[in-house]
Design a protein. Structure first.
Lengths: 402, 293
């Protein structure tokens, strides 16, 4: 059985009205929003990276990356700091020129095209609002540079202000705005140019948790409503899971895995992805047997697990397994299930909605499990309890084998 | 959070008045300024309305005549020439200094300090020594002339010493660092992402310079203009040594009144007039230099 309760709640959280959580100087009725799937993502390619490599001196920041970004999709480049995700974004913006490979925008090679001749705009991490210009002049900047006539410019600036719910603040100076408002200006300034691709460089990292979550949902709605291709860079795996149509997990300048949120979470292709996204028990094991019907691995003496036969390659002798902590079911009595084993609770950490349990299942193996925190008055599990753990065969993911 | 108050009021309230400790810390400088700037200026102001006797002594009898003398075409000419030279010096320093300052500010930190050092090194050598060095460099039998002749760039030996050209070279050389340093300070504070944002929004490098980089380094430009223009207008050593007193500026005239001519009241009137001009110019530039951030 799968456990839907612990899957990232993509849709349930969309119920919160983001407007109500923001700091407003005056109230406005919420902007009517299109349903979340207003613009279907086409299969056409908007941006293509072909063997793109970027060297800084002897350091390889981006290592032969191939990537196709679809028209209208929300693609996230996710990885730890220094993995090369920001360099990929800067290559797309035109601030860096690839050392090798090609970048194609709508099938045209733009590798050497400077940023001011690309139909791509960016929302900067620091927002980069021009301090010497008013809000309206900031938003009008890109239109002015593209010689849009004054009347049209004013109209589009007003539309953009409305789009990000900043009506009436056009004449303010940037230093008179709050952080959240400044970010909205950054979005409006980039979107008013109607770019083919919008690049976002960790735009929410400076916001507090509540505001960040509201903005995540709002930006997601905005993207769906406008149908513009978004390329989003973040190191926050939760943010990536909430917002993205597809996620490219980046590690050491390479794409480790590319897929949608559930793919990446439930079927990590590598130990790195399993460990980086959410939490994972990474368990080394030996392959005991494998045939067409079943396969069995040994974690420790007397601790064997059945895994999907298709997950183990012919001839593999060792396998690294990934098991999500919330996929481990804890019971008092021995369950009538396969993959059940006994353990002792070694440690218990209260984490709000969840209880984190560290369970010793063998002399030199302990695993982490997450259980719902059932009651405020009594906790179901205590340190020292002897419990039974069960793992569904489908929840054991083989991330490496040899 | 709901902020109904004017945010400008909140910002203003954080700029505190100096307390007792503040005044105490300021006192040495206030004493210095009082004794050596305010008091002498007051004396000059009084002198400027006085007369002189045949021996050059100051006679305390009220007169406007010193100020009336400034309107004499001889002095007006020198005044206009001084303004022109100072203005040209400022313009050349700005055109030459801005790219240098910008380049230094945009260099990696380690190279930046080396480059700054090269700007500062001339200050370690006596100003007079450097001026005399220029004289021997520029004279007809000097190395600059020799090099140009050798390269067939000129046919006859260089004859620029004791000409306005030499004075300009001397002035620009002397004041260039005072243009570079404040612009450097401004450009160093410029956030690189603002430049990238301008490029990203479709501004080519020239327009980025005009619409983002110049406006945001304005405080440095104004400070540099002030620091070059004001002292170069009163400069007398360079004009004396490199202009051979053939191209006197107002500084030379003032120096002369307090020296050989022994006409302190007239010198004082010239000095006070210039002070008044500077104060007006400063107010004008200061109001503009304050870029509202």
């Amino acid at each position: 059985m799968n456990s839907p309760a612990f899957v990232p709640k993509k849709d349930a959280t969309a119920m919160i009205d983001p407007i109500s959580q923001l700091e407003w100087e005056f109230r406005l009725p919420p902007v009517p929003r299109a349903p979340i799937s207003a613009t279907p993502i086409s299969m056409e390619t908007m941006v293509e990276l072909r063997g793109v490599t970027k060297l800084f001196g002897s350091m390889t920041a981006v290592d032969a990356v191939d990537l196709q970004i679809r028209k209208g999709e929300f693609l996230t480049l996710l990885g730890p700091s220094g993995c090369g995700k920001t360099t990929i974004l800067r290559l797309l913006a035109g601030f860096e020129v690839p050392s090798a490979g090609q970048i194609l925008l709508e099938d045209k090679d733009v590798s050497g095209v400077p940023p001011y001749r690309r139909d791509v705009n960016q929302v900067f991490q620091s927002y980069a609002i021009f301090p010497h210009l008013t809000v309206a002049d900031n938003i009008a900047f890109g239109l002015k540079m593209r010689h849009v006539p004054r009347a049209e410019r004013e109209q589009r600036v007003n539309e953009a202000l409305e789009l990000v719910s900043l009506q009436g603040l056009g004449l303010r100076r940037p230093h008179e705005l709050s952080g959240g408002q400044r970010q909205r200006v950054a979005f409006a300034r980039a979107l008013v140019c109607r770019p083919k691709v919008l690049l976002l460089d960790e735009p929410f990292s400076a916001l507090d948790a509540k505001l960040r979550h509201a903005m995540q949902l709002e930006v997601k709605h905005l993207q769906r409503q406008l149908g513009i291709t978004f390329v989003f860079v973040t190191h926050d795996q939760e943010e990536a899971l909430i917002m993205s149509d597809r996620i490219a997990v980046i590690n050491r300048g390479r794409i480790d895995q590319l897929g949608d949120a559930t793919d990446i979470y439930h079927s990590p292709a590598s130990a790195f992805t399993a460990d980086f996204i959410g939490e994972a028990n990474l368990l080394p094991s030996e392959v005991v047997h494998k045939n067409g019907v079943s396969a069995q691995v040994r974690l420790a003496e007397g601790l064997e697990l059945n895994v999907r036969s298709s997950a183990i390659n012919e001839g593999s002798r060792q396998a690294l397994l990934s098991v999500r902590p919330e996929k481990i079911y804890i019971t008092r009595n021995k369950p009538m299930k396969e993959n059940a084993f006994k353990g002792v609770i070694e440690d218990e950490v209260f984490r709000g909605a969840m209880d984190e349990l560290r369970i010793r299942v063998s002399t030199n193996l302990s695993i982490m499990a997450m259980v719902a925190n059932e009651s405020a008055h009594e906790r179901a599990w205590h340190k020292g309890d002897t419990v039974f753990c069960a793992i569904h065969t489908d929840d054991v993911v083989v991330v490496e084998q040899k | 959070m709901t902020t109904t108050a004017d945010p400008r009021a909140a910002i203003a309230s954080t700029q505190r008045q100096p307390g007792t400790t503040g005044w105490l810390l300021l006192s040495p400088m206030l004493l210095w300024l009082g004794l050596f700037v305010v008091a002498p200026t007051a004396i000059l102001f009084v002198y400027s309305f006085c007369q002189r006797d045949e021996l050059g002594q100051v006679v305390f009898e009220f007169t406007w005549s010193n100020y009336a003398r400034i309107a004499d075409p001889v002095y007006l000419n020198i005044l206009v020439r001084s303004l022109w030279y100072a203005g040209l010096t400022t313009a050349i320093c700005l055109v030459v200094g801005y790219p240098v300052a910008y380049y230094i500010a945009r260099s990696p930190v380690q190279r930046r300090s080396w480059l700054l050092l090269t700007v500062m090194i001339p200050f370690w050598i006596s100003f007079l020594l450097r001026t005399y060095a220029w004289i021997s460099l520029l004279k007809a039998e000097g190395p600059v002339s020799g090099l140009l002749e050798w390269a067939h760039a000129i046919a006859t030996p260089l004859d620029i010493l004791y000409t306005p050209t030499a004075v300009m070279i001397g002035l620009v050389y002397t004041y260039l660092p005072f243009m570079i340093l404040p612009i450097f300070t401004s450009a160093e504070k410029l956030d690189n992402s603002l430049i990238e944002a301008a490029l990203d929004l479709g501004a080519n490098p020239v327009r980025t310079l005009a619409h983002v980089i110049f406006p945001l380094t304005k405080p440095g430009i104004y400070a540099g203009v002030l620091l070059v223009f004001v002292p170069s207008i009163g400069m007398f050593a360079v004009t004396d040594l490199m202009g051979g007193a053939r191209v006197p500026m107002i500084g030379n005239v003032i120096q002369n009144q307090f020296g050989q001519a022994r006409d302190w009241p007239f010198g004082a009137a010239l000095g006070i007039t210039f002070l008044a001009l500077f104060v007006i110019a400063f107010w004008f530039l200061h109001d503009r230099g304050e870029v509202r951030r």
